[in-house]
Design a protein around this ligand. Structure first.
Ligand code: BGC
Length: 761
């Protein structure tokens, strides 16, 4: 039984009490971000206990030297890291002469509240120091949803049983290390620092790639809510600037510091102008004041919830977790900048290096399609389109033509050093092609195919053409030496999913060419010329589609995960002693590789993606064969099983799998939330409700729903954006109500019957 980390509440994540041991878990859960930067839930004051100080700035990374046993040709040159950046939340506090270290005092009460509705993190605590002095501390922070460069903290301190001089030192600290640095190196150099009027600023640059990041800070001081004028002294040290304020405070009086912060990088301003711009936006924020900044931030969140909240009646655990997942996703990626992407931990930790994985296309895209304007999803596709050149270079490195997108990347280059596992997962190329299909199918933006999509599809198809081998004896095409989505087996032959997604990509590319020929006939020749497409190529693709080999077992009626899968020991997850789970923390790699246990959805991933091409019976047989063998030791896995279980009418299984994905981080289910949140699998929670319980699919441009309600719930409703409409689907035990809340009339399918929706007045 897992312990409860947070209190149950529909809109709040509440930590009640404090212990240093669990602090990193709470730091992850209390992370806030605005798509442009993000911070873990670190405390403002000094804390010498168990903590990962984390501040992350979108798109600023470091190519750390790889660490491999034996270097082999073709290995990626570097292992990229998202950079832990300037700590801007810090406020040192002295009560009299004694510095406050929250690890060294008695914490009488402690409550933190992540308010998901408003996007704020508040804390109230009372501490008793070694001199018996009792002090109340309150803080509120947010990273502005409206002004992406701005962060604000309101920090209040009240001596409850004493009076003394209190010293507050709001600072910017660039003495930051990445915990995951391969060789314990530091990644930052100082560029400049100083004071301009009442602002302190600090600029750092990365030792490689020359990214510059500037942060500036200023403050207002209030006593019992009235602003007081004070002249601070200034502190300046290596990669460190601060203001220092000494104020006498009587017992019961409240001293409040409003800390204003601005931060930006050389990705947004020329290096020479960075300081001026950052200080300018800081000044304007400070002039507007804390209350106005907070108001505009909160109304930004309210607006966002208006179009994408999911409401669940009768199950607060499920309600809290879906909102937490939606909230974290919108904190991570806001989609204005097509150079940015979504990393598995977002801005909440360092694991996975802040890089882009296939997670984006396979898992995240559906969420953004259903909850954000089309341009935001489109930008995820443009990100890969812009990296096509690098993907072609990657293919050349392997001695192949076409494009091989990297499994892990920052800028289009492969930047992970696990060869057999990560690098051999060439299936990721298929997810990138599938995302184009998914986007166009959802949005109806067919022009995207002509302008961007076809280039990517053709180059991926060329890669598959070169990567298959023709087996003369068996007169079929095979793909050898790969790792499928199941990372618990490497270097396998004919992973069904990889073969299937490869041949599907070829089919979709040919269909897209045909579509362009018919719908954009005036541009068709240009496309053929631009991409130098030869007839011999498309003929070859047709042959591969026709003769692709798919491992299967006719007796069981299933597709085989790869050649020889049935030779393995016939064991099920229920045969594994409980104390051995998760296997990746207890078994040797050799034992995992030879076992029949599957890390994550693999064949089922294919049946989920290509669900429209398979009948229910095929899905049923495969699901009930693979589900008892799947460990779900990747957070990406349970949602796929949940959606398929929903389709098969297995409500209990669907609900179990939903909770597993939804509460993964709130309940620390995989015992790894301290590393950061599982951001990319949070979309799975949303998908399990919308596509699973709600049964949403897009069939020939028409949204189709087949909702059911889990027994545990009284009612639920979800909103989806579809082609500039907002649809609200409300499901109770005996009724389904679909409302068109915004936009032009629309025909939908409800349990396969056509219904025309018009807006209600
Ligand atoms: C999964 C991959 C995934 C990666 C990042 C791994 O554990 O097996 O499929 O891309 O995590 O989320």
């Amino acid at each position: 039984m897992n312990k409860d980390y947070v209190l149950l509440d529909p809109w709040h994540i509440i930590q009640d009490g404090f212990n240093s041991k669990d602090n990193r878990i709470y730091e992850s859960q209390m992370s806030i971000g605005n798509g442009f930067m993000g911070i873990r839930g670190n405390l403002e004051e000094t804390f010498s206990g168990n903590s990962l100080q984390g501040t992350y700035v979108a798109g600023v990374y470091y190519p750390d030297k790889t660490r491999v046993g034996w270097w082999k040709n073709g290995y990626p040159e570097y292992f990229a890291k998202v950079l832990n950046s300037i700590n801007f939340i810090g406020i040192k506090v002295f009560l009299g002469n004694q510095e406050l270290d929250l690890d060294k005092v008695t914490i009488k009460d402690f409550r933190r509240d992540l308010n998901m509705k408003e996007g704020t993190l508040t804390r109230t605590s009372t501490i008793i120091d070694s001199n018996g002095r009792e002090t109340k501390i309150e803080s509120l922070r947010f990273l502005s949803k409206k002004r992406k460069e701005i962060a604000c903290i309101k920090y209040s301190i009240t001596p409850l049983n004493y009076h003394d001089t209190i010293t507050l030192i709001p600072y910017l600290d660039g003495n930051i290390v990445n915990e995951d640095s391969n060789y314990d190196e530091t990644f930052w150099d100082e560029v400049n620092k100083g004071f301009i009027e009442d602002s302190a600023y600090l600029t750092l640059k990365t030792k490689k790639l020359d990214f510059h990041v500037t942060s500036a800070t200023s403050f207002k001081l209030l006593k019992n809510k009235t602003e007081i004028n004070t002249t601070p002294s200034t502190l300046i040290e290596d990669k460190y600037v601060a203001h220092k304020l000494n104020i006498y405070v009587s017992q019961g009086e409240t001293l409040t510091l409003e800390k204003y912060v601005s931060l930006s990088s050389s990705r947004y301003y020329p290096k020479d102008d960075l300081v001026n711009n950052v200080v300018r936006s800081l000044k304007s924020a400070k002039n507007d004041g804390f209350d106005l900044l907070l108001d505009e931030h909160v109304s930004g969140w309210n607006k966002s919830w208006e179009s994408n909240d999911i409401f669940i009646d009768g199950d607060v655990k499920a309600q809290q977790s879906i909102r937490f997942n939606i909230f974290q996703l919108h904190q991570t990626y806001t989609g204005e900048d097509s150079r940015l992407n979504i990393s598995p931990k977002g801005f909440t930790g360092e694991k996975y290096g802040g890089s882009t994985y296939w997670d984006t296309e396979a898992y995240c895209l559906p969420f953004y399609l259903g909850t954000s304007a089309a341009q935001i999803s489109k930008n995820l596709l443009i990100y890969r389109y812009n990296q096509l050149g690098k993907a072609k270079e990657n293919a050349v490195k392997l001695g192949l033509k076409g494009a091989l997108y990297p499994m892990v990347t920052m800028n289009g280059e492969e930047c992970h050093n696990e060869w057999e596992i990560t690098f051999e997962e060439i299936h990721r190329n298929g997810a990138i092609a599938y995302a184009i299909y998914n986007y166009v199918n959802y949005t109806g933006d067919h022009k995207h195919l002509l302008d961007f999509g076809i280039d990517v599809l053709v180059e991926i198809s060329r890669f598959w053409e070169g990567r298959v081998i023709y087996n003369k004896n068996k007169n079929c095409y095979m793909i050898l030496g790969v790792t499928g989505p199941n990372e618990y087996e490497n270097n396998v032959n004919n992973n069904w999913y990889t073969n299937r997604i490869a041949s599907w990509t070829l089919e979709y590319t040919l269909q897209t060419l045909e579509f362009i020929k018919n719908s954009f006939s005036e541009s068709y020749e240009d496309v053929l010329n631009r991409l130098a497409i030869k007839d011999s190529e498309t003929i070859k693709w047709m042959d591969i589609i026709k003769k692709m080999y798919y491992p299967k077992d006719d007796n069981l009626g299933i597709f085989l995960q790869q050649d020889g899968y049935l030779d393995k020991e016939d064991l099920l997850i229920k045969d594994i002693p409980k104390e051995d789970l998760p296997l990746n923390q207890t078994w040797s790699w050799d034992r995992i590789l030879r076992s029949p246990f599957i890390k994550q959805a693999d064949v089922l991933q294919g049946l989920y993606f290509l669900g429209h091409l398979y009948d229910l019976e095929t899905k049923r047989k495969n699901f009930y064969f693979y589900e008892p063998r799947t460990l779900h030791e990747s957070s990406l896995s349970p949602c796929v099983h949940s959606i398929l279980a929903s389709e098969l009418g297995d409500k209990e299984k669907a609900y179990d799998m939903y909770l597993r994905t939804a509460r993964l981080d709130l309940d620390n289910l995989n015992n790894d939330t301290d590393d950061g949140l599982h951001i990319t699998s949070m979309t799975g929670t949303w998908m399990s409700i919308v596509q699973g319980f709600g049964g949403m699919r897009i069939i020939d441009g028409t949204p189709s729903f087949k909702p059911f309600i889990p027994d545990q719930w009284i009612k639920y409703s979800f909103r989806v954006l579809f082609r500039e409409r907002v649809l609200n689907i409300e499901v109770s035990k005996d009724k389904v109500l679909v409302t068109l809340e915004k936009g032009d009339p629309l025909t939908i399918l409800l349990y396969d019957s056509e219904i025309k929706l018009t807006k209600q007045h």
